[in-house]
Design a protein around this ligand. Structure first.
Ligand code: GLN
Length: 442
């Protein structure tokens, strides 16, 4: 093993020891890192952590759920193959909300992930563990999944970059499905350079994922540029914490004085985003999670017959939030309610997407907050699902539309908690987001 790599692994071990109380890591793989040992690869010498819902052959992939307890993966996700090909070293799997359903990484059989800046607060979710491994410098880059904000929101709570690419940009082959028409693998890093190295290594068409896009990946090069920036007022209203709003407005003023053009725009269908998202994602989840029946994977309860066994397995195997979503999803898909909920939500999804298409006819990027508040206290929202759902208010619209969005750390709030902004780009234009983010600090 190269000297560099063994230094980096030592660093991981030291930092991991210092940070075990944060509960970010599920499985420490550093004694036997998963790597393709390609010394000229793009990710050679990079240390990487992977959310526990992405298949790595021979590793336990539990999705933080009792129902997958002891399930060991029998294959590599496409992204894992690509990381190996590029010479990266995977050192850990990370903690998350059960089946990626949540915004706080509290709904997990492994326990709560804590925010490294203030341990009484959540790290965000559902990819909270991955965010923490990067924020604490345990690893250079981590992968998560983002269905409605699960990479961007924990990145904002931990003060690092978090990218949700365009839907279809990165193969979903080998991630455990939550809501397949939304799910995307996302990337956490502390630098745009690391973000780009990972993005260019894992993005691209994959014949194993029929929804992956056959679009070229243009190599990213920084270009100095003045931006036409859309500011949709629907994202800057009452739901936003007033201290965050004041600081973000100062940041916008600075952009203006640096000769970027700020253009007020309207996105009228934004207000339906949360309702639309929670109808469509629960519908998809109820179908996707039907496969956990006690027969094929992981955990099984004893029962007097097949139905009794499956009922008991699902009853004891799933946590409350997952059950809530399966029930909701089954309800919105039921024949009496299909038109009233699911079909209406599909139509709204199209209108929300149209809002984004209209916006990008006159602007380069959109700027909005990533999160409406500072990281909340552990336990603060676990008994109030609606409050929890509303913490995704600024991230779900992009997931409904399928456009790429990047959380960018831009400063600090009084209590040392991070201040972040979300840049959203046109379809397949992730490079515009990298370029904007990099330009801020030139
Ligand atoms: N918090 C959102 C949800 O619970 C988003 C989760 C995600 O992106 N995986 O669905």
């Amino acid at each position: 093993m190269s000297e560099f790599i063994s230094d980096n692994i030592d660093q991981f071990k030291k930092k991991n020891k210092l940070n075990t109380h944060l509960n970010a890591i599920v499985e420490d793989l550093s004694e036997n890192p998963i790597t393709g040992r390609n010394i000229s690869g793009r990710l050679f010498n990079k240390t990487i952590a992977i959310k526990e819902n992405i298949h790595i052959k021979g590793v336990k992939i539990k999705c933080a759920s009792k129902i997958l307890n002891n399930y060991q993966s029998i294959y590599d996700a496409t992204v894992i193959e690509k990381i190996k090909d590029a010479g990266g070293s995977i050192l850990a799997t990370t903690n998350m909300d059960e089946f990626a359903m949540g915004s706080s990484s509290e709904h997990s059989i492994h326990g709560v992930v804590k925010n490294p800046i203030d341990q009484t607060r959540v790290a965000g979710g559902s990819s909270g563990g991955s965010a923490v491994t990067v924020a604490t410098n345990m690893v250079d880059i981590a992968l998560g999944t983002d269905t409605g904000g699960s990479v961007r929101q924990p990145a904002a709570f931990c003060g690092i970059y978090g990218l949700k690419p365009t839907y279809g940009r990165i193969s979903r082959y080998g991630i455990v499905s939550y809501a397949s028409s939304f799910d995307q693998i996302g990337i956490f890093s502390k630098s745009i350079e690391n973000m780009v190295s990972m993005f260019e290594s894992i993005a691209g068409y994959d014949k194993k994922d029929s929804t992956s896009a056959n679009k070229p990946i243009n190599n990213y090069n920084f270009k100095n540029k003045k931006y036409k920036i859309g500011i949709p007022h629907e994202y800057w209203g009452d739901g936003l914490d007033s201290k965050i709003k004041a600081k973000l407005e100062q940041f916008l003023d600075k952009l203006k004085s640096n000769n970027h053009k700020l253009i007020p725009i309207k996105m009228p269908y934004t207000e339906y985003s949360i309702a639309t998202y929670y109808i469509l994602t629960t519908a998809e989840a109820s179908s996707n999670l039907a496969r956990f029946d006690g027969v094929q994977y992981g955990y099984r309860e004893k029962g007097s017959n097949h139905i009794d066994m499956t009922t008991k397995t699902r009853n004891f195997g799933f946590g409350d939030e997952v059950k809530r979503r399966i029930l909701l999803g089954t309800f919105v898909l039921s024949s009496g309610y299909y038109d009233a909920y699911f079909e209406k939500a599909q139509k709204l999804r199209r209108l929300i997407q149209q809002d984004f298409k209209n916006a990008f006819s006159e602007i380069d990027i959109l700027l909005t907050p990533t999160v409406p508040s500072i990281p909340f206290k552990i336990g603060e929202k676990t008994d109030d699902p609606l409050k929890m759902y509303l913490s995704d208010i600024y991230t779900v619209p992009m997931s409904l539309a399928g456009v790429p969005a990047l959380n960018i750390p831009i400063g600090k709030l009084e209590n040392d908690l991070p201040l972040c902004i979300q840049a959203t780009g046109n379809f397949f234009n992730e490079n515009e987001l990298f370029n904007f983010a990099e330009g801020l600090f030139k």
